[in-house]
Design a protein around this ligand. Structure first.
Ligand code: NI
Length: 183
């Protein structure tokens, strides 16, 4: 099942998402639907608040963007916790399914160490670099109510202001279904 994607202006994207418990109902179905929603919108990552749920889950699939010596990953991250960010910051032009038609340069550290549960509630502790690390950091931010536009300098924010207002009013037509705030 493909969910509509929440967009800028939706309060759920600004909430601090809550961890889930082991008895969370139909977790595997929810994770499967998140992957489906992500693929349907050509995304490489999707966080639960982007489908209207303020819970600490995100999915990523970076296998389409494999780098030399850095294989892509397809993984659901449940109740994740970033333990450490390290390495030099590097810039990448980021996009977000909740910010249709906006792309901006964002600085993030190279490497991330993250602890998380998979769909079977097995614990993992992994280190990622490169593009996967980038996507993980972006999606993890969503669980804390942070969007990449928050990192822009005041001038870039001012330039984007009318675009952001247009998004929050549903005046964008991406190729995937969105949920317009308040509707
Ligand atoms: Ni995003």
């Amino acid at each position: 099942m493909i969910y509509p994607v929440t967009v800028f202006g939706d309060p759920v994207l600004r909430k601090k998402a809550e961890p889930i418990t082991k008895d969370y109902k139909d977790l595997k179905v929810f994770v499967q639907n998140m992957f489906e929603t992500m693929y349907n919108s050509d995304g490489v990552g999707l966080a639960a608040p982007q489908v209207g749920q303020a819970i600490r889950i995100f999915v990523i699939d970076t296998s389409s963007a494999e780098e030399d010596e850095l294989p892509g990953i397809k993984q659901a991250f449940i109740n994740p916790e970033i333990l450490k960010k390290s390495g030099d910051e590097w810039v990448m032009n980021e996009g977000c399914l909740s910010l249709p038609e906006i792309r901006e340069d964002v600085l993030r550290p190279e490497t991330v160490q993250i602890k998380y549960l998979d769909e079977d509630f097995n614990e993992h502790d992994e280190i990622y670099s490169g593009f996967s690390s980038r996507v993980i950091q972006h999606e993890y931010d969503h669980l804390d109510g942070i969007m990449f536009v928050d990192y822009l300098n005041p001038l870039r924010k001012r330039i984007l202001k009318s675009k952001l207002i247009a998004i929050s009013k549903g005046k964008v037509i991406p190729k995937y279904r969105i949920k317009v705030p308040g509707k």
